[in-house]
Ligand binder design. Structure first.
Ligand SMILES: Cc1cc2nc3c(=O)[nH]c(=O)nc-3n(C[C@H](O)[C@H](O)[C@H](O)COP(=O)(O)OP(=O)(O)OC[C@H]3O[C@@H](n4cnc5c(N)ncnc54)[C@H](O)[C@@H]3O)c2cc1C
Length: 560
């Protein structure tokens, strides 16, 4: 079964989902007409289905490797990357002033899903570059912007994100990489970063690293971190990659999945870098990149889920065990629930992207708060759905899924990292119940009201679904109010189930909206509302359980 980008599904979400119709009506995105968006989706599908998808298995079988200090990429990846760059797919939403196409981020997000479903290992390269473009657009000084952005947008150069160190994973405040001011106005960066995705390759003229480091005397923790742009080759006066910088790839990781993507240990030895944003203000600048990447990683979960589910649906139609297995209720249950969850995850991701577009087009106020709230939800729920759908797809394949030839095992291995990197899903949930509720729940309540409005609108046409959706939204409101009055420890214990409950309720709103727009969507909405939405109640019970039972239990090596 060959991968087919889910153009019809994506088009439906863009037409009938929450925010995108409004994005197209703004002055800023007036160019994103239906015809333009359709042409973009069709062009992206040709790239993904015809060029990138065939590389997926090649990357798995021929992992990136380090040869005399040079990263060698899998056969065909260089050509695949050139097709991505040449088609202008990296800079879809980037500023036209630097060669970007200025299209809505929602369209870029849809295309990213297609690319991730086709070949996630390769897609990680443009994903990180897109994040770097966003960070430089917002925080770099004009000289850096005009030098670097056109190269990054065109794909001549690529961008990476260097946060993690052996002792500093989720806790970035513990990072030790040092930066010192130099006489020439630049900085010298020294230290080791680990797990750096696409830290180098054999097909890129230059690789530009955004590196978090500490200046002498900087405050402890995250308030003492600065951000630096550290290119592999220091550009000369004409902007060509000039002399090599003092950095190197010290090793590559052997991983469970995404074999085609090099995951590098990077050594910086007084490497030359330029400050991005303010001294000690590195986290704010890096958050621009991280937020872009968090949404994009959520969408990787959606893309891989789509790819795995397509395979499972086709297999179930052809596999005969007392008739096609597709006719067995248990197999139908697995496939229908997977489709319904995938629909919800895609809706949340595209709604988050649309809110970001509206914040850019109409001003930040309400839209920015909505996007900020939805970002950890889109990241965590998208990747959890990715994991679950791959697991389901393997179950549908039976033993054939556990052997490598069918490709399900690779999806299962590849998707696993999405719940871990870009801030683990646990960290996303902590962000949701901490920073994202710091407005007294305003953004949360507004989203809950959107779902309730959906339920009200569906009350006469779809009463069997409208009632449960409205009730679920109300119970989420009560739980949110309760959570707001809890201590930080109590909130943390309920963080992950709270995020999942929120996502389930939002997903129900999107299904209801779809069923109102198109009666043919009602059966899938019924599967979601009847079988998956009720899980929100279990999640909320866990939210209310608090931390005491967890504290009382003895875990592993803990002393009695
Ligand atoms: C393939 C791959 C690619 C990667 N690419 C990049 C990259 O390009 N750039 C980069 O900088 N990094 C990258 N990373 C690193 C990745 O972002 C980290 O692995 C991730 O942030 C988690 O950090 P950690 O592995 O140190 O886990 P830890 O921080 O040790 O976490 C372990 C567990 O403890 C939990 N935990 C930790 N702290 C808390 C807390 N305060 N509250 C609740 N739970 C907590 C976590 O949720 C997790 O379940 C990559 C990693 C991999 C494996």
């Amino acid at each position: 079964m060959e991968y087919r980008s889910a153009v019809d599904e994506i088009r439906f979400h863009l037409r009938h989902g929450g925010g995108f119709a409004r994005v197209g009506r703004t002055e800023r995105f007036a160019g994103a007409t239906e015809d333009v968006v359709e042409a973009v989706l069709q062009g992206a599908a040709r790239l993904c289905d015809g060029v990138l998808a065939p590389l997926n298995r090649v990357g798995d079988l021929h992992p990136a490797r380090l040869e005399n200090g040079t990263v060698r990429t899998p056969p065909g990846f260089a050509e695949g990357f050139r097709a991505i760059a040449g088609g202008g797919w990296i800079g879809l939403s980037a500023d036209p002033a630097h060669g970007g196409q200025g299209l809505p981020l929602t369209v870029e997000t849809a295309v990213n899903e297609m690319m991730a479903g086709a070949c996630m290992a390769l897609q990680l390269n443009p994903l990180l570059t897109q994040g770097q473009i966003a960070a430089l657009e917002h925080h770099a000084e004009p000289r850096i912007r005009s030098l670097y952005l056109p190269k990054l947008v065109s794909g001549e150069w690529s961008g990476t994100m260097n946060l993690t160190e052996p002792q500093a994973g989720s806790d970035l405040g513990a990072l030790r990489t040092r930066a010192e001011r130099a006489a020439d106005g630049a900085y010298r960066i020294t230290g080791q970063k680990i797990f750096i995705t696409w830290g180098d390759s054999d097909f890129m003229a230059n690789t530009c690293h955004l590196v978090l480091a500490r200046l002498p005397g900087a405050p402890a923790g995250t308030r003492g971190i600065s951000l630096f742009l550290v290119p592999k080759f220091i550009p000369d006066a004409a902007g060509r990659p000039g002399r090599p910088n003092s950095l190197r790839v010290a090793g590559l990781e052997h991983k469970m999945g995404i074999h085609g993507a090099p995951t590098c240990v990077m050594d910086y030895d007084a490497a030359t870098g330029w400050l991005i944003g303010a001294e000690n203000g590195g986290m704010a600048a890096m958050f621009t990149m991280m937020n872009a990447a968090r949404l994009a990683v959520g969408v990787q979960g959606v893309g891989i889920a789509e790819a795995a589910l397509q395979k499972a649906e086709a297999y179930a139609a052809g596999r005969i065990q007392q008739g096609p297995i597709l006719r067995h209720p248990d197999v139908r249950r697995m496939l229908a629930c997977a489709r319904a969850e995938l629909f919800a995850a895609r809706a949340i991701a595209l709604d988050c992207a649309a809110a970001l577009d509206l914040a850019r087009a109409e001003g930040p106020d309400v839209h920015a708060a909505k996007a900020a709230f939805l970002t950890p939800v889109a990241k965590s729920f998208g990747t959890e759905v990715g994991l679950r759908v791959c697991e389901t797809a393997m179950q549908v394949f039976g033993g054939a899924g556990y052997v490598e030839q069918t490709g399900i095992a690779q999806h299962y291995r590849d998707v696993r990292i999405t719940a871990i990197y870009e801030g683990t899903n646990g960290i996303q949930a902590m962000d949701l119940v901490g920073r994202k509720l710091a407005d007294g729940g305003e953004a949360a309540f507004r989203l809950i009201e959107e779902v309730e409005a959906e339920a009200e609108a569906a009350r006469s046409a779809l009463p069997d679904m409208a009632g449960p959706v409205w009730a679920a939204a109300e119970s989420l409101r009560e739980a949110t109010e309760e959570l707001l009055s809890r201590t930080a420890a109590e909130r943390s214990a309920g963080a992950h189930p709270f995020l999942m409950a929120f996502a389930r309720v939002l997903g129900a709103g999107s299904h209801l909206r779809a069923a109102r727009a198109d009666a043919a969507r009602a059966p899938m909405a019924r599967v979601y509302v009847g079988r998956l939405l009720p899980l929100h109640a279990a999640h909320l019970a866990e939210v209310r359980a608090g931390p005491d039972d967890l504290e009382a239990v003895r875990i592993g090596p803990e002393a009695p």
